[in-house]
Design a protein around this ligand. Sequence first.
Ligand code: MN
Ligand code: MN
Length: 464
Amino acid sequence: MKKNLSYAPQNAWSSADAKTRQAMEKLSRRYVDFLSRCKTERETVEYVRKRLEKKGFSQDFSHDRVVRPLRGKAIFAARKGAMPLERGLSLLAAHVDTPRLDFKQRPLVEQPSVVQAKTHYYGGIRKYQWLARPLALHGIIVRENGEVLPVTIGEKEGEPVFCIADLLPHLAQKQVTQSVSEAFEAEKLNIILGHSIGAGTQKKAGDAPKDPVKTRLLEILHKKYAITEEDFITAELQAVPAGPARFVGFDKALVGGYGQDDRICVFCALEALLEAGATGRSMAVIFWDKEEIGSDGATGAASRFFQYCVEDLVRAWAKNVPVSQVFLETRAISADVQAALDPDYQDVHEKQNAALLGYGPCFSKFTGSRGKYGSSEADAEFFGSLRSLYNRHGVPWQTAELGRVDLGGGGTVALFLAAYGMHVIDLGPAVLSMHSPFELASCADIHTSWLAYRFFLESRIEYS
Ligand code: MN
Ligand code: MN
């Protein structure tokens, strides 16, 4: 047969038979459930830890399957493979944090008729997307005695939700002429928490007692949760879109939900780690926090946590092997999402090098911006080994860069792994409406990304 000389990526729906479509649907249903439960880094790490411990992963590194969480916000796990540890790890790295609105340390303000929580946004958001929609509160409150009160309000039926009001069109005539960044101010992202005042608070019409709504809210909070205003100072409260993830479209071929960047990769990587056959290198996953704000912090990719985990692993599994050798021999996938070609804004992409929904996981040989600045860029040899692996197994894949040159750009955790000298490339599904409260991903890409991660973990990829 004559070989096709030109290249075009393969649509993952087109190559999926009835059985594969069933598997896609099954995996996507579990993904929708995961996405609905895990909306913060703490919830995601807890979910991952529980799943791994159920499957026999131990915090004792002398075992063959190990797991180590850090402060409930980052987690490392590894499984022994067929090859010795001196040949390095097959590593999947993803992030568990997502853009959201964090409560300020002193959040409560009384405005006319309502009490609001002032917020400081976390990560890259388009501020207007957070207005006039139901929000849930997730997080923890640490009391003075050190006790930790977990908080999830606004997800279950019957529970109240919270909301930021938006300006009505009738009074927005000046606002609509402003630029988007001028029109939507961060200091106006104030979340309504309550409205009523206590009976008899106002002795007579015109009487204006100080902060009656806040006073009543604090009474309610104290009665219900035994907290005071000072407790908010030592809290981590995150406002996230309320409600579950959903299938989108008559064909239910897309998943819509909050936090798919990068929980779609966390989910696919976790499932791959649990199901991969131990036929290649030892396998590991690292799920970091803080990626959306630059990867700093103890639980972010710039910290030493991952290094400490690998050092302990080497001590337990391959005592006399230099840790540097394990790092240098490691093959890593930085599992993060790529921006899908937006059907309505196609001009911000360079179409030939843009990711399409439904065409399988997407490689990014490099990230960064303006002359590849800030990118770790993968070697063609490593990219080549994965290309041939996926072609051999019939896994659809594609390649893209983030937006037009000098127009787009962005980074992932790849460079923090590359700093150890390991082979690393970005590979993850395309997401539409990325960083919005309702991101979209293709069920075909969930399935093929999971497959791609699993084949990677099982492989014995080599090249000189
Ligand atoms: Mn990401
Ligand atoms: Mn992101």
